[in-house]
Design a protein around this ligand. Structure first.
Ligand SMILES: O=C(O)c1ccccc1N[C@@H]1O[C@H](COP(=O)(O)O)[C@@H](O)[C@H]1O
Length: 220
């Protein structure tokens, strides 16, 4: 389970205490979850080793990635823009880090965009397309039609993302069988403000959903 958009020690500590496998930090100035690389680095030091540290960037140039990687020392780079397979290869060669590539999904043909990245990215993250007028490529709290993933090759490793919350995660997991999930705005009381009780409710809901399905090695 990845909790994304962490900005405070309280939220980061709570996420790992609940058992989050991944802790995400957003480097995108237009986001209410944006955090300065040095601040993120200080937070990450407090939870390092208990959750994988994920740096989320959007079409970042090398100088921005240099700053983020140097300050945060992430375990994983989440590329949440329009990064091409060639760009992913370049980023991996420069930084030597696993890459999780976000792809936005609205219709079944969007799954065709997976193929060029196979063998290049370490994992996919499937998010909804941003609503019209949104300035954010992610963190919009909107879901896509999870049934579209029925057409997905079972060997594709991905995190399910986009508009997840305590009320819908049971259905999302039942429909997709996703082994890993990512949440940001669904555990916030205001944009960029994590709510510990909403985090509790989300983890409870995931655990309930996991208990109800056949087990084959949960990684949520
Ligand atoms: O959260 C953001 O503000 C953000 C900004 C830029 C790129 C990605 C961002 N967040 C990612 O969006 C998804 C889904 O978020 P939500 O649960 O629907 O709010 C998640 O992968 C975040 O990593």
């Amino acid at each position: 389970m990845k909790i994304c958009g962490l900005k405070t020690l309280e939220a980061a500590e709570h996420a790992v205490a609940l058992g989050a496998s991944h802790a995400g930090f957003i480097f995108f100035p237009r986001s209410p979850r944006n955090i300065e690389p040095d601040d993120a680095g200080r937070l990450a030091e407090r939870i390092r080793g208990r959750a994988r540290i994920v740096a989320v960037t959007v079409d970042a140039e090398n100088d921005e990635l240099d700053e983020v990687v140097s300050a945060l020392d992430p375990d994983i780079l989440q590329l949440h823009g329009q990064e091409s397979p060639e760009r992913v290869l370049t980023v991996k060669a420069i930084y030597g880090l696993p890459v999780m590539k976000a792809l936005s999904i609205r219709e079944v043909s969007d799954l065709d965009r997976i193929d060029p990245y196979l063998g290049i990215v370490d994992r996919f993250l499937f998010d909804a397309k941003p609503p019209a007028g949104s300035e954010l490529p992610g963190g919009n709290g909107v879901s896509f039609d999870w049934r579209l993933l029925e057409a997905l090759d079972g060997s594709v490793d991905y995190m399910l993302s986009g508009g997840l919350n305590a009320a819908n995660i049971g259905e999302a997991l039942a429909l997709t069988g996703a082994r890993a999930v990512d949440i940001s705005s669904g555990v916030e009381r205001a944009p960029g403000v994590k709510d510990l009780k909403l985090m509790d409710a989300f983890f409870d809901a995931v655990r309930r959903a996991e208990a109800e399905r056949p087990r084959s090695g949960s990684k949520t």
